[in-house]
Design a protein around this ligand. Sequence first.
Ligand code: ATP
Ligand code: MG
Length: 236
Amino acid sequence: MATLLKVDDAQASYGSSHVLHGVSLALQEGEVLTLLGRNGMGKSTLLKCIMGLLPLRQGSISILGKRTQNLAAFEVARLGVGYVPEGRQIFPTLNVEENLVATAANRHGAKPAFDLKRIYEFFPRLEERRNNMGNQLSGGEQQMLAIGRALMTNPKLLILDEATEGLAPLVRAEIWRVLGELKQTGLTMIIVDKNLKPLLELANQHVVLEKGHVVWSGSSQALQDNRVMVEQYLGV
Ligand SMILES: Nc1ncnc2c1ncn2[C@@H]1O[C@H](COP(=O)(O)OP(=O)(O)OP(=O)(O)O)[C@@H](O)[C@H]1O
Ligand SMILES: [Mg+2]
């Protein structure tokens, strides 16, 4: 299996405030990895660095063996990374279908490719709302749309920041169902979410951040067996 993502000693800051202090991790193709940790520990910052939205002060990030230093976010996306940021950032004045096709591509010849038909099979709700504008959607529909839009780029790696934050239980269940089905297709994913239970079922590997340091990493079983760590770093 190929190494899809390698993060080596990543350090990053916002101005003079140093936020990541040497984070390293590796993700194999087909794996699902979670980034865990309380508020403000650096999860979103690390995802921004991977996406090329924030430069590293030190260290390196490679995607399928290619160093991403100096690449802009759109170039990282073209390497095959789909990103669903906190806040979703869907296009408010485009309708659902226009949002889905706006950035669609299949640069790496994925088979079967994600197209509108397949996205609507994953999320029937989006098909019902296909002519509604982005700003007329509920939070759950917006999140489905953000995931669908990222999938329409046929990514090799899908990154979800706060996958189900602020969503109603039924909608959350729908998102987890789809993420489970996507894993079955072999899609590699990094997921940040506050709900540990569905993550334990879905992920191969968990990485816990504390003030910009990796303080623990391991399997779902190892995480469940380590109550002390879970209480100390996740507070649950
Ligand atoms: N744009 C920014 N400018 C300055 N500081 C920032 C910025 N974004 C985040 N930070 C700070 O960087 C640190 C890490 O934030 P980050 O958003 O990566 O945390 P997080 O683990 O994603 O937290 P949450 O669970 O609340 O989403 C925090 O101290 C935060 O206040
Ligand atoms: Mg965050």
